[in-house]
Write a protein that binds this ligand. Sequence first.
Ligand SMILES: [Zn+2]
Length: 487
Amino acid sequence: MSDQARDQCDLLFAGGEVIDGSGSRRQRADVAVTDDRIVAIGDLADWHAGRKIDVTGKVVAPGFIDVHTHDDYALLAKPDMDMKVSQGVTSVVVGNCGFSLAPLSFTEMQPGLALLGDEEAFRFPTVSTFIGAVDDAPPALNAVFLVGHSTLRFGALDRTDRAATADEIKVMRDRLEEGLKAGATGLSTGLFYDPAREAPTSEVIEIGKVLQDYGARYVTHMRDEAEGVMDSLEETFTIGRECHSRAIVSHHKVMGGQNGGRSIETLACIDHHCQHQPIGFDVYPYAAGSTILKADMLANSTRVLITWSQATPEAGGRDLTDIAAEMGCDIYDAAERLQPAGAIYFSMDEADVQRILSHPNAMIGSDGLPFDAHPHPRLWGTFPRVLGHYSRDLGLFSLEEAVRRMTSLSAAQFDMVDRGTLKTGYFADITVFDPATVIDTASFEKPIQAAAGIAHVFVNGREVWAHGQGTGNRPGRALRHGHAVAA
Ligand SMILES: [Zn+2]
C-alpha cells in the first residue's frame, strides 16, 4: 500500500523534455504534481495519475516570471490575465517605474498613473488592503508587489515639481514600511518621469533606508536612458549601496541614435559594480519602447506610433508623422493636441538590444501596458519572442539559458520562495511549449494576439491556459516577500 501511495499523483506530464530553469541541459523526464506542488521528476512510467498529459516532443519548463509589469490594476480588472498566461507567464512583478496602485492616499487622479489603466474603480489606501483584495479575488497568476516612489510622492507632497521636505520624506518612508510589512518586495522609482524628476538622489536614499531591515529591493526606471545613461547607472548603484539593498535596473536600454553601441559601456559598468554590491537588470526583446506620450522622447526616436489618445481615440495605432501631416502641424504640436496619450518609440539599436539580452544576468520583463488601446506587442509577445526568435532562430543563446533568464534568475533576484525551478517540493508553476513552433505573433500592426506554441500553463498545480485558450481558473496568489505562500 505504501508503495502505491508513493506512486500516485494528481497530474503527470509524461514523455517531455524537462528544462528545469537552472540552466542545466534538458533531459527526458516525467513530472508529477499533487495539489500545488511538484512531487517527483524522473522516469515515472508506472505512476498512477488522476490526469496524465502526453507532452511528447514538448518542453516542460518552470512557469515564466514577468519581472517588469504595470499589471497592478489588471490583476483585479482582467483577472484571467490572458495577455500573460498565453505566453507561459505564471507570476508578475507589479508596481514598477515608481507607479504602484497602492498606497493611494490622495483623491485627485495623477499623471503617470495612467500607465496602470482606469484605476478609478479601485482605490487602496494601503498596500495591505491592495494585497488583501488580490487574496480575496485571485487572478489566474501569482503577483509580487513593489511600492512606487511617485505614488508615495502624490500622497505626501502638495506638488511633485520639487524635492520633498524632511517631514514629507518621513511620511513616505513610513508608508513604504507599511508596504514592506504587508509583504511588498521593494521600492520602485521612475526618476525619468515628471512626478519624480525633481527628487534628488538623497530623497530616494532617505526613503529607501528602511529597505535594509526587510531585505527588500530597489528597482528603478532610471533618470536618463539616453545621453546620461552612465550617470544614471552610477546614481542607481549609489542608492543601492546607501540603502544596503539589491539595485535592479528596469528595462535596460540605450536610447537615441547617437548613443547606439553604448550598451558595451553600460554592461561593463554593471559587471564592474556587480563585484561589489548586489545588482540586477531586466530587458524586453524589442528595439522600440513605450510609455506615455512625452515631447522629450520624440527627438530620440526614428518613428513614433500612438498607442492611445484621450483627445483623439482614433489616433491609436497610427504614426505620429501621418497624424501631424493631417493636422497640418509639426509632430510636437500634434503630440500636444493628442494629450493625454501614449506612444511607442523606435529609439534603440537592435545590436544593443541583442547585446543586453545576451548578458547572462539579463532577466526578461515585458513592460507591457495592459490597458493601451493599441499596445506595444511586448504585452502579448515578450516571452515567446525570446524563446523562438532570439534563442531558436537567431541562436543568441541556448533554450536552457533563455528559460533560466525568465525563471530561476528572476525568482532569485526577487526572493520568490520555491518557484522558478522545476524541483521536487517546489510549487507547480509549469509551462509546456513546443520548441519547434513557439513564437510571438503580436506585431506593431496587430499587437493583441496570443503567441503560438504554448501548449499548457499551470499555476499552483491548476491549468490556466490550454491549446490557445484560457481555462477560466484563477489559482494565482499574492506572493508576500520571503514567504512560501500556500493556498
Ligand atoms: Zn519604466
